[in-house]
Design a protein around this ligand. Structure first.
Ligand SMILES: *[C@@H]1O[C@H](CO)[C@@H](O)[C@H](O)[C@H]1NC(C)=O
Ligand SMILES: *[C@@H]1O[C@H](CO)[C@@H](O)[C@H](O)[C@H]1NC(C)=O
Ligand SMILES: *[C@@H]1O[C@H](CO)[C@@H](O)[C@H](O)[C@H]1NC(C)=O
Ligand SMILES: *[C@@H]1O[C@H](CO)[C@@H](O)[C@H](O)[C@H]1NC(C)=O
Length: 602
């Protein structure tokens, strides 16, 4: 957030008219940029947030303070300015370059008094309640001075001398302050005369007579006449303000000035080159700190690449609006959202309320590693966020919904039946995703909850397995040491119900059920006595296996060879003993016709 702010109380300078440029290195970065230019502020009440004594005068000057004692005035550009960006050439977050130009004038009350200066501030909030005037610059107070949680950056135009409590006040200077009144960096100010731009001199207030006369004022009025800003975009350098375009400079009501204001009208140019890198660094540190402060994080939560901000998820889902719910059940409620304003970048946010937060740290460590899983048949896990008692998992949004709805809900509602080709394609895709989890990644991941509602279908009718690894959460959530059975009715391998052991072989069992489901269009159980694999097995034994094929696929509506293959593989996967079931690699080979399916014996 950019701002100009000022504070008045103790001493300062007489009316000088200055143009200030601040810039940092231009680095090519991605993301939204901000550009604005105020040539005077007439009609701009709605773009500028003013507080304290600040106001916009009828002639379009932004008056930060008038000549009263012990007052502060702040004004902020209303919209937040995004200064963090991603460097195009690396994936690092970095501070966006920005450039700003503003013209200000400071008018003291009387030749023997002066006020404190003016700062250009970047603050995480425009609400600086409790900030004091005087040396506290309207930014800080005795309690907050130096506190690293301030996250306040100020470019200070302090033309006063000796009144600050600190030790850095060697006189007129421009300082970079970070969270504290003490300048982290000070630079000599050079100026050049308005009428002779080539002439540059050190701008030390003790030097020239007229300037010395500026000192020792007690209160001043601070006006900003124009302000431009750019954080990249089309014009990476802030528009130069031409004095002739700006409102007339305020009249100095002080009569006994004893010098011609024109003489001291000057443009202050900062020699910021040496500051540039430091400024960037400070911003970066500030951002990091702020990131940590925005949400109360435990130590271990910091530095997880997949941790997302609650704020972002909240706004992405319209505050977890009910209208955004696209699914519920199993592990929690799923909301649809979009992270950026472009609606193309859609996400699904799953809100889970675990039985307990115990073991959540280990679970998140696991989530972090699952975030690195990447396969075309897995739903991409983008990140997670822990908020109060909730865990929010964010995935790519998959448009066509679940295989469950394509097999059951949509045919019932619209009569649209999933074709055989697509079904077979989906079956192979799921097998491929499971193979990746079991054998092709750096560690074995047991899915534990393979079922039609966990298979999502993308635009190209590719299946994507979701919710992998999540079943562990339920297990960990349980307080007692008794094993919690994880899995879904109808898909659970017998060894799971017997002794709670999940393994790749139990995933293979669930896949077998799912495969039979794809072929038959029947749910694994629909009554107490019905169990899909048993039913298919009976039909197989009585030589009527094709009766198991979904009757909605009319005769000729499916490939007989492929259907036979799928039924055989499904039954093979549903064998009672885990060791008799094929591995996912074998399943892939069978489905691709690379290997003959063995005869069923049980
Ligand atoms: C300031 O107000 C004027 C007049 O309403 C408008 O044309 C201009 O765009 C505003 N400037 C900014 C930076 O919003
Ligand atoms: C500003 O912050 C103070 C204390 O942090 C708070 O009490 C006050 O409500 C805030 N004001 C606004 C307008 O947000
Ligand atoms: C300012 O803070 C310091 C340390 O926190 C304290 O010793 C001092 O009394 C405070 N001064 C005022 C004027 O409150
Ligand atoms: C400022 O504006 C005046 C009048 O429009 C013009 O003559 C002058 O060249 C401008 N100066 C700059 C530096 O653009």
């Amino acid at each position: 957030m950019g701002s100009a702010r000022s504070t008045t109380s103790l001493m300062l300078v007489l009316g000088f008219l200055s143009t200030v440029h601040v810039w940092t290195q231009i680095v090519k970065t991605e993301g939204p940029t901000t550009e604005f230019i105020f040539r005077g502020f007439r009609g701009n009440q709605s773009e500028i947030l003013t507080a304290g004594d600040a106001t916009i005068t009828p002639d379009g000057l932004l008056r930060l303070t008038d000549q009263k004692l012990d007052i502060t005035g702040t004004s902020f550009y209303r919209k937040p300015v995004r200064l963090l960006a991603t460097d195009r050439s690396s994936t690092n977050s970095m501070v966006r370059s920005f450039s700003t130009c503003f013209v200000f004038v400071i008018i003291p009350t009387s030749p023997s008094n002066g006020g404190y200066g003016l700062t250009l501030t970047i603050s995480p909030t425009p609400n600086r309640t409790g900030a004091d005037s005087g040396q506290y610059l309207g930014l800080l107070n005795n309690d907050t001075n130096g506190n690293p949680r301030n996250h306040v950056f100020a470019l200070e135009f302090d033309t006063a001398q000796g009144f600050k409590d600190g030790d850095d006040r060697a006189g007129n200077h421009i300082g970079i302050n970070y969270n504290s009144l003490t300048s982290d960096i000070q630079e000599a100010v050079v100026y050049h005369d308005n009428d002779d731009p080539g002439r540059k001199e050190d701008f030390t207030l003790q030097s020239g007579d007229p300037i010395r006369a500026l000192l020792n004022k007690k209160a001043s009025a601070h006006y900003v006449m124009g302000w431009s800003f750019s954080s990249g975009g089309e014009h990476p350098v802030a528009a130069m303000l031409n004095l002739s375009d700006l409102p007339r400079r305020p009249l100095n009501t002080e009569k006994k000035r004893g010098y011609d204001s024109k003489d001291i009208a000057m443009i202050v140019a900062l020699s910021v080159v040496t500051l540039i890198l430091l400024v960037s660094l400070i911003f970066f540190v500030m951002y990091k700190k702020r990131l940590q402060q925005g949400e109360i994080l435990e130590d271990w939560e910091i530095n997880h690449p997949h941790r997302l901000r609650y704020k972002d998820l909240y706004s992405a889902t319209d505050g977890f609006n009910e209208d955004r719910i696209i699914g519920a059940g199993g592990f929690g409620t799923v909301f649809r959202g979009s992270l950026s304003s472009s609606s193309s970048d859609q996400i699904a946010v799953k809100k889970i309320v675990p039985n307990s937060m115990q073991g959540i740290r280990e679970f998140i460590a696991e989530i972090e590693s699952l975030g690195r899983l990447s396969h075309k048949n897995l739903v991409k896990l983008r990140g997670w966020c822990k908020h109060k008692g909730e865990l929010l998992l964010t995935y790519d949004y998959i448009p066509k919904g679940s295989l469950y709805s394509l097999l059951y809900t949509i045919p019932r509602q619209t009569g649209a039946v999933l074709s055989w080709d697509v079904r077979f394609q989906i079956a192979k895709g799921i097998a491929s995703g499971l193979l990746y989890l079991h054998e092709e990644w750096e560690q074995i991941v047991v899915h534990r909850d393979v079922k039609t509602s966990n298979v999502l279908i993308d635009e190209d009718m590719n299946p994507r397995l979701g919710d992998f690894g999540l079943a562990r959460l339920c297990e960990r959530g349980s307080q007692s040491h008794t094993t919690v059975i994880v899995g879904s009715q109808g898909y659970m391998a017998p060894e799971i119900t017997r002794n709670g052991v999940s393994s790749p072989a139990s995933d293979v069992f669930a896949f077998g059920v799912l495969l039979l489901e794809i072929v038959s269009g029947r749910k694994p159980t629909d009554s107490e006595s019905f169990f899909l694999p048993d039913w298919v097995m009976e039909l197989h034994a009585s030589g009527e296996k094709f009766r198991a094929v979904d009757p909605k696929l009319k005769s000729g509506g499916y490939d007989v060879g492929e259907a036979k293959l799928a039924l055989a593989v499904g039954l093979l996967c549903c064998r009672q003993r885990p060791v008799s079931r094929p591995s996912m690699r074998m399943v892939m080979r069978y489905l691709n016709g690379d290997e003959e399916v063995p005869e069923l014996d049980n």
